[in-house]
Ligand binder design. Structure first.
Ligand code: GLC
Length: 727
């Protein structure tokens, strides 16, 4: 009996303390006030800026700990030196590399996003990081943006739904997520200063929603300001974005952290919503002057303005209060879990996200799956079959415990096949900020690959980009839509000797595909992390049925993309200002409304089986504000393999008084159905989500009248339309 009582008490204590750890109770707030009253002005100011590349000081006198941060969204970056961007060369900081967030977005699976957050949060906790500098949710506006691979695609609803569980997963480890880069950092070129001009409507309908969801639903504990400017003010200290929208309208009670080097002015940093200044003296990636920390904008210059009375002490109190709140949620929360690193469960999560995120784009003559038991000669061609994709890309790069290459994964799974690899093409070494040519001879590589392909039953081409500079990497944008390093020509040459070709593109961006008619199978695989090769072999062998859907459109040519349609002032701008002239018509919104057929549409993704949607209906015909639309339908698996489908619900307004996209994603649900079976699916959509941002109010305006409901399994594959009325 005694044991039972004891156990119950321990359990009760654990639950209570965990509840407290999650939801700050008023006694924590009173503790914060108590500490604040003991801090000197110097100590308050010290809290607001870096003491090293990735840490801020606590208050040693009171035993208040330092705050340690680490990149990135896909895994915990290797330890970096105290004062410069060099790696410290630790031997115990190899981690699990999870797939890039474009892959997570392509899963359309919120539950998996939560598992991802829990796993990456455990690894951050184990590495004693209090803030994980991710996730990134900047909207995919142009296929040239160097960092699209780190984000969740072109649609604000998809990003809003997937960012919330990721954040909750990370933060249940007592580690703060840091949603970034707030806001309008949609390209890398001139990122440090470009001033983005965009309509209020597009800001509120396209670029803010994922951040709003991160704060209001995800309860994110920190937000990273973007490098660029908006309305002529740097986003890291921006009165409208930070004081008004983030802190006042959305009620954000956490810490605003600069991007590294994102602060530019003491008075603005003090008064326009910045709480913690990091990386000043760098452009976020180059070396800062040694021990520059005292000269940070929120360091000595700030202290002087406080002492002179030019800035009221209440200003620094608010920052210190937020920072102490972050500490009680993280390194001063006595009950936070201990974390774990690089274990089978984390590896399984990485493999599951990769497997569910790979998108089967084309599958002529049922090219995929390839039977792993048949004695085939398989030519595996391309540098991306063996090139690691966890290094490179900029701040999100990782040092994994291991990374299974596509070739290795295939060799392990296709034991009866005769697999021959030829590199086919070569990019240069991964050098940040440079495009280093390869020392290898392109012609001899091509000829060797053609030779191998000519003798094979099947050709599997692994191409794409590679996280080198201007190839999906921070700090630069791509210069065109085409595949680099002669891949297009190589594919043409391979086709001449063997027409049984499947292509696997490994990239974080859309690419042009002049060879598309000549290849039978095509998959969009992402930067898949530690388990790349296993996940690709799972899909290629048919062990896993692909269920990924594109989180962004693939334009047939660059000028078909909205941002590029409006010329250089729209992208990349004139190096001072940039104008988002497409307004709300980003991605499929543009393709649908302007009737420009994409190469592959947002939400597109094939399966090894087939599905049928039927019985689509809404619970009512007429709705009023505040209500919820419940849409139900049946999904039948009419093929001969178990699989998953994503029911997508788009809604558009007929005869609106303002310009609108034909349709916008407002709900989706992923459902697993065994072969021959069927499943009932329910999607609920808040009527208020149909409002548009009305600049004349300004505010959200739920227009009355008829709306069209489009239900299908891709934005360009609508099974049925229904109509509803808002009274
Ligand atoms: C980089 C990136 C940001 C990263 C930070 C620290 O410049 O913009 O995403 O978290 O600096 O590396």
């Amino acid at each position: 009996m005694i044991r039972f009582v004891l156990t119950t008490m321990i359990l009760a204590g654990w639950v209570a303390s965990n509840v407290q750890a999650q939801v700050l109770t008023k006694d924590v707030e009173s503790k914060i006030e108590n500490i604040l009253s003991q801090l000197t002005l110097e100590e308050k100011v010290a809290l607001c800026h870096a003491q090293s590349k990735f840490s801020t000081p606590g208050v040693p006198r009171l035993g208040i700990p330092e705050i340690w941060m680490s990149d990135g969204p896909h895994g915990i970056r290797a330890e970096i030196n105290w004062d410069n961007w060099g790696y410290a060369g630790w031997t115990n900081d190899s981690i699990t590399a999870f797939p890039a967030l474009t892959c997570l977005a392509a899963t359309f699976n919120p539950e998996l996003s939560h598992q991802y957050g829990v796993a990456v949060g455990e690894e951050a906790r184990y590495r004693k990081k209090d803030v994980l500098l991710g996730p990134g949710v900047n909207i995919y506006r142009t296929p040239l943006n160097g960092r699209n691979f780190e984000y969740m695609g072109e649609d604000p609803h998809l990003a809003s739904i997937l960012v919330v569980p990721y954040i909750k997963g990370v933060q249940q480890n007592g580690v703060a997520a840091c949603v970034k880069h707030y806001v309008l950092n949609n390209q890398e070129l001139w990122r440090g200063h470009i001033n983005v001009e965009v309509s209020d409507r597009a800001l509120y309908e396209i670029y803010l929603p994922a951040f709003k969801a991160a704060v209001e639903e995800g309860g994110v504990w920190s937000v990273m300001g973007a490098y660029n400017q908006y309305k002529g003010q740097h986003c890291c200290h921006n009165e409208l974005l930070l004081n008004k929208i983030l802190k006042e309208d959305w009620g954000f009670d956490g810490v605003v952290i600069t991007d590294w080097g994102g602060a530019h002015d003491t008075r603005e940093a003090a008064l326009f919503g910045l709480d913690m200044e990091m990386g000043t003296g760098t452009d976020g990636l180059t070396v800062s002057a040694k021990n520059a920390y005292d000269y940070y904008y929120l360091a000595t210059p700030f202290l002087k303005m406080l002492k002179s009375g030019e800035i009221d002490e209440a200003v620094v109190d608010d920052k210190a209060r937020r920072i102490l709140r972050l500490m009680f949620r993280t390194n001063m929360n006595p009950n936070r879990p201990m974390g774990r690193m690089n274990n089978p469960e984390h590896q399984q999560v990485a493999r599951a996200v990769a497997g569910e995120g790979i998108v089967l784009l084309k599958n002529g003559q049922a090219f995929f799956p390839i039977d792993p038991d048949k004695k085939l000669t398989i030519a595996v061609i391309g540098e991306n079959a063996t090139r690691p994709t966890t290094p490179g890309g900029g701040s999100s790069e990782l040092k994994p415990k291991y990374e299974i290459s596509p070739l290795e994964g295939l060799r392990q799974r296709f034991k009866n096949a005769n697999i021959i690899h030829a590199m086919g093409y070569a990019s240069g070494p991964s050098v940040y900020g440079q495009v280093a040519p390869s020392p290898l001879n392109a012609d001899s590589l091509l000829r060797a690959a053609v030779e191998v392909a000519s003798k094979a039953d099947v050709v599997l081409f692994f191409g794409g980009l590679n996280k080198n500079h201007r190839q999906d990497c921070e700090g630069g944008d791509r210069e065109g839509l085409g595949l680099p390093f002669g891949q297009d020509k190589l594919l043409e040459e391979l086709y001449k000797v063997n027409d049984n070709i499947g292509v696997v593109l490994i990239s974080g961006n859309a690419v042009a595909m002049p060879w598309l008619p000549k290849v039978k199978g095509l998959m969009q695989a992402w930067y898949l992390g530690s388990e790349s090769g296993h996940a690709l072999a799972d899909i290629i062998s048919g062990d896993v049925n692909p269920s990924g859907k594109l989180p962004f459109s693939f334009p047939a040519k660059l000028s078909d993309n909205a941002a590029h349609h409006f010329g250089t002032l729209s992208y990349p701008g004139d190096s001072i200002n940039q104008y988002y002239k497409e307004d709300i018509l980003v991605g499929y919104r543009w393709h649908d409304t302007k009737e420009i057929k994409p190469l592959f549409a947002f939400g597109h993704g094939l399966s090894y089986t087939s599905f049928e949607l039927s019985g689509i209906k809404t619970d009512k015909q007429v709705y009023t504000a505040g209500e919820s639309i419940t849409l139900t339908c049946n999904v039948s698996n009419t093929g001969d393999a178990d699989g998953a489908e994503v029911v997508q619900v788009y809604i558009g307004k007929r005869n609106s008084k303002v310009d609108r996209a034909v349709k916008e994603l407002k709900g989706f649900r992923k459902v697993w159905v065994e072969k021959g079976g069927a499943a009932a699916v329910k999607v609920s959509i808040g009527v208020d989500q149909l409002a548009f941002y009305d600049e004349s109010i300004p505010g959200w305006n739920l227009e009355k009248g008829e709306y069209k409901v489009f239900v299908g399994n891709a934005s360009d594959n609508i099974t049925q339309e229904a109509s509803i009325t808002i009274k």
